[in-house]
Ligand binder design. Structure first.
Ligand code: GAR
Length: 260
């Protein structure tokens, strides 16, 4: 019998990496027909990198903060091989990820130029590996269209997934559990979705919900949420490995995921 091709998974994270652990465990016990082939971080020294190293998985860091301090944005971008008109198209598509507190149009564009220079470094690291899927596991940065378009080559089969700690499209952003809890929601959730040009707006693959117990403290709620994430993300990655996910146009023109 021909050997089944295993999914090659690259993981990006910014912190503790408990979802990375769940994915690596699932690969090891064959709940995912795949292997983690690299782990990258935008923050040096985080626990997620150590978790990878102890399992002999190669790691790298692209230190967004440090690189950001040393570049001007536009001038550095002009040193890359990309054409200005091509970059301007990426900039137009990526406005949705610029932090809302940056209001002046020129500053919004400058923010994106800088971000593209950093992502160019990230791409160079990632391109050293052969991979099928890029799984964001607590990676706390949004991508520009420049980055996304170079990873996604087939529109019906995107290659970047993210796990978000809320019932999307409610509560996108960096504080999914806090927003859920502080709004008095009666259920918490986590969502795995493909990454598109917006912040946590991409086609939803699957979601898991759990009750908020009356009188429960936030830490307990969040910990129970994480335990659900460790079930949900491996399950979604296995669907990807089985090639059962397709992105199609939904009734209102929004792109949605069909599971076969
Ligand atoms: C998880 O709760 C994940 O859903 C969240 O960060 C945490 C990472 O935990 N991701 C986001 O908020 C993305 N917007 P981990 O490092 O222990 O896996």
């Amino acid at each position: 019998m021909a050997a089944v091709k295993r999914l090659k998974i690259g993981v990006l994270l910014s912190g503790s990496g408990s979802n990375l652990r769940a994915i690596m465990d699932a690969c090891e016990d064959d709940r995912i027909d795949g292997d983690v082939v690299f782990v990258g971080s935008d923050v040096p020294g985080v626990k997620g990198l150590t978790r990878a190293t102890v399992r002999h998985i190669p790691t790298f860091v692209v230190d967004y903060k440090q690189i950001g301090r040393n570049i001007t944005g536009y001038a550095d971008l002009m040193k890359t091989e990309y054409q200005l008109d091509q970059l301007q198209t990426y900039i137009r598509k990526s406005m949705g990820i610029v932090p809302p507190h940056i209001t002046e149009p020129d500053k919004r564009v400058a923010w994106l130029y800088k971000r593209i220079v950093i992502e160019n470094e990230l791409l160079r690291e990632i391109e050293k590996y052969e991979f099928d899927l890029l799984a964001l596991a607590g990676f706390m940065r949004n991508f520009t269209a420049f980055f996304i378009d170079q990873i996604n080559t087939d529109p019906s089969k995107p290659r970047i997934t993210n796990i978000h700690p809320a019932y999307l499209p409610a509560f996108p952003g960096t504080n999914g559990y806090e927003d859920t809890f502080n709004n008095g929601c009666k259920v918490g959730a986590s969502t795995v979705h493909f990454v598109d040009y917006g912040e946590d707006t991409g086609p939803i693959i699957d979601q898991i919900t759990f009750p908020v117990f009356p009188g429960e403290k936030f830490e307990s709620f969040k910990n129970r949420g994480l335990e659900q994430e460790w079930i949900l993300y491996p399950r979604c990655i296995q669907l990807y490995a089985e090639d059962r996910l397709r992105v199609v146009e939904g009734v209102n023109g929004k792109r949605i995921v069909q599971i076969s």
